[in-house]
Design a protein around this ligand. Structure first.
Ligand SMILES: [Zn+2]
Ligand SMILES: [Zn+2]
Length: 777
């Protein structure tokens, strides 16, 4: 029972009191709230699981507004809230709540969540409305009812607590569960079934999987499990529930009762159980690909079911077919989907190509909104792939080889990114190609070229050198200045190809080296690095310095790097570039937190489209109250910071706007800051920052103050203005639901997986050609 994660609605960063806490409709006798019930055994279980402090008062007064509710302010503690335990993460709180729900016969969903730095945030769990759920309220249609149950969690600095919880439900719990599983004549007739199994079966399916209708694929299992939730101690509220449940059971026609009591499970149900268990693993997609009979049996054993080899391999085959089918559908719908979105957003560019064998070849989308935004951004473009997954996929069934990994088999995403003057990243082109190579990069670059949005030859291009990227760049954009992506140099070349181990600290030193603003600084830092990482230095010495060291790049190409070193465009102000690609803000703000999977292209493009709409809207909103001529927020903040730093400078005026300036404050790198030459007329400083970032450095600011020049004569006022920023994000974008009826699937199209797996459903791999061994890094 995977927890459906709703979009993060209602979350609000930063507020100390979770804003999610304002719900709980005040019960009025006439409303549906009248039917809310508090089950004492729910409270007992919550206490047993540490979710509720032992002495926590929970009102049993039906007419009180706080009926069934526990809240921190009333009897809780600041550290642990209503709960007895403090949880290390949202996930561990969630696991505990989920366990509670399972024990108490209902399911949870995440109704809203927001995250903050340091693993904090807010979350709200609610009771999931299950198909066929029976509500106490006989009059209101089920569609209009919502269960009042909720748990509000709040986390800060890796301590999560429950701030408020409502333990009421307005429906019967334990679907498929009967309070007294006495073996009836009907069951006794089924000689294969030990009576005790009945309870186990009921427990196992209490998560909402009906035991009924197990007509085909009958399977017998032996009792393995001691019963979890026993019939609850009677309290007034519960007595009603139990009585009602019994009444309902009695009212059921005998025929139905028999199937309900049937202790055999269909293969479909077993497959679902396995799937739901697998979904609890960190990378379910990978685990699913590796799933073998042994693991299937182990999973089901954990649920109290013993199955034989034959059934295990049938389940395995079934799950594999489902998996491959899902991938196929995603590919077959992709073309139609991209077309619909392009139609809804005129001016957008999309391409989908297939091979002669009706296989998927490549697809690309560039939205009209993003294209027009590029014109208002900096002249920098970053090209990169999106790695399939960062960690070597180690699953409980063993390590997943590349040729077993659906996301390696299905191809790789390519993206193009730029940055606005407010330091925000704009991912403006996304493609999925079967393989990252020169031909596909050339195709991608030519698509960008065909938009005629910008003269890319004038751009600073941050991109890797490997996998065809460098030769493709030389072919399509011969004049562009290529700055190597240092992430790819370090991760792909040094670590992966050269097998040089690298710590975050060592990476940082290489990045520092790459930011050298003079040959002197470069030599000092290089000598330093030599002592700890000779192999890396030897390798880096082989690269053309103009393509990766700031001062040499500026000298050679006379174009800014905007202090960027990696195609994340994450800039060095934080230490983002030390994180994995997936953890960088430039990735998550355009693709979300979910892994970007090439085996699910429809979903990935859909997520990306949603992010375009979201980011454009949010960026417009963020500055709407600022005057049009003002600096964009990030530049404004930077200017304030530089102004402060410049207080620690001393300057000597030379002539005609020329100054010698030196900074006397502390610096991170132990390089004595010598005199710099500032040219206020040409907007240059020998520290290179002014030229490189197209914004004055602190030397320049200090000199300008002395020279009584206005700050706003030191940078391009228009490009850095709110007005330009608003123009950048002026265009709207209409994302389209991926399950819209108007999307025509291309049923003849084969996914890359179809070529790897035999289509005869034997479940075995064809001995035929395997995909090229592409590393996921
Ligand atoms: Zn409920
Ligand atoms: Zn300077």
């Amino acid at each position: 029972m995977s927890m459906a994660t709703a979009s993060s609605s209602g979350g609000d960063d930063g507020a100390p009191a979770p804003p999610l806490a304002v719900i709980a409709p005040a019960p009025s006798p006439s409303s549906a709230a009248h039917y809310n019930r508090l089950d004492e055994s729910d409270l007992v279980e919550a206490k047993a699981l540490g979710l509720l402090r032992n002495d926590m008062p929970v009102s049993t007064d039906l007419s009180a507004p706080e009926f069934g509710i526990a809240y921190e302010k009333k009897g809780g503690t600041k550290a642990a809230g209503c709960s007895a335990d403090v949880f290390a993460s949202q996930k561990s709180l969630q696991e505990r709540c989920k366990h509670f729900a399972m024990q108490r016969g209902f399911q949870l969903i995440v109704a809203g969540s927001s995250t903050r730095a340091n693993g904090g945030g807010n979350v709200k769990y609610r009771c999931k409305k299950l198909h066929g759920q029976q509500f106490f309220d006989p009059n209101t249609p089920a569609s209009k009812l919502q269960c009042p149950f909720y748990v509000n969690g709040y986390g800060k600095d890796q301590s999560w607590k429950i701030t408020r919880a409502c333990f009421l439900h307005n429906h019967y719990k334990f679907i498929g569960w009967r309070p007294t599983p006495v073996p009836s004549a009907a069951n006794a007739a089924n000689a294969l079934m030990p009576p005790a199994t009945l309870a186990a079966a009921a427990v196992a399916v209490s998560g909402g999987m009906p035991v009924a209708n197990a007509t085909t694929d009958l399977l017998v299992f032996q009792q393995q499990l001691s019963v979890g939730p026993m019939p609850t101690p009677v309290n007034p509220a519960n007595a009603g529930e139990a009585a009602a449940a019994t009444a309902e059971a009695t009212a059921t026609p005998p025929q139905r009762l028999r199937t309900q009591r049937n202790t055999t499970l269909s293969m479909k149900v077993l497959c679902r159980m396995v799937t739901e268990e697998v979904n609890k693993y960190p990378a379910p997609g990978l685990v699913m690909a590796k799933l073998d009979g042994k693991m299937i049996r182990r999973i089901l054993l954990g649920q109290g079911h013993t199955i034989n080899h034959m059934m295990a391999s049938r389940i395995k085959r079934q799950l594999q077919e489902t998996r491959i089918g899902k991938v196929r559908t995603s590919f077959q719908k992709l073309g139609g989907y991209l077309k619909v979105v392009a139609d809804k957003n005129p001016g957008s560019l999309f391409q989908v190509e297939t091979t002669e064998q009706s296989g998927f070849k490549r697809a690309l989308f560039i939205s009209s909104a993003a294209l027009s935004a590029v014109k208002f951004c900096r002249k920098i473009v970053a090209l990169d792939h999106i790695t399939a997954s960062e960690e070597a996929p180690e699953t409980p069934a063993g390590k997943l080889e590349d040729d077993e990994n659906d996301d390696v088999i299905c191809g790789v995403y390519l993206k193009a990114t730029t940055k606005d003057y407010n330091d925000q990243v704009l991912t403006f082109a996304l493609a999925l190609v079967a393989k990252e190579d020169q031909a596909n990069w050339e195709w991608f670059l030519q698509a960008l070229q065909s938009t005629q949005t910008a003269n890319w030859d004038e751009y600073t291009v941050i991109a890797g050198r490997t996998r065809g990227l460098q030769p493709a760049l030389r072919t399509v954009w011969p004049q562009a200045s290529h700055h190597f992506c240092l992430r790819r140099v370090v991760e792909d070349e040094l670590m992966q190809a050269k097998k040089i181990p690298m710590t975050a600290e060592k990476k940082q030193r290489i990045f520092d080296l790459a930011r050298s603003d003079s040959e002197t600084e470069y030599n000092t830092l290089r000598k330093d690095l030599m002592r700890t990482n000779e192999a890396a230095v030897a390798y880096l010495d082989g690269l053309n310095r103009a393509n990766w060291v700031k001062y040499a790049f500026l000298e050679t190409f006379r174009r800014p790097t905007f202090n960027e070193l990696t195609s994340d465009l994450a800039m060095a102000l934080g230490s983002e570039e030390l994180f994995s690609q997936h953890a960088s803000a430039s990735h998550t703000s355009w693709f979300g937190e979910d892994p970007v999977r090439s085996s699910q292209p429809l979903y990935t493009f859909n997520q990306y489209f949603m992010k375009i709409a979201e980011n454009f809207h949010q960026r417009r909103q963020s500055v709407k109250l600022r005057p049009a001529q003002e600096l964009v927020p990030m530049r404004d903040a930077q200017l304030q910071q530089i102004l402060q730093g410049s207080q620690r400078c001393e300057s000597i005026p030379c002539a005609n706007g020329l100054f010698m300036v030196r900074y006397l404050g502390p610096t991170r790198l132990q390089i004595p800051d010598s005199w710099r030459h500032v040219n206020l007329v040409d907007w240059e400083c020998t520290c290179q920052d002014w030229q490189d970032q197209q914004f004055p450095c602190l030397h320049a600011i200090h000199a300008a103050e002395l020279d009584q020049r206005r700050m706003d004569t030191l940078y391009d006022v228009k490009l850095n203005s709110i007005e330009n920023y608003l123009a950048c994000y002026a265009d709207g974008f209409v994302p389209w639901p991926m399950d819209a009826a108007s999307i025509e699937p291309d049923t003849s199209l084969k996914s890359p997986l179809d070529f790897v797996f035999a289509e005869d459903a034997s479940g075995r791999r064809k001995p035929g050609p395997k995909p090229k061994n592409k590393k996921s890094k």
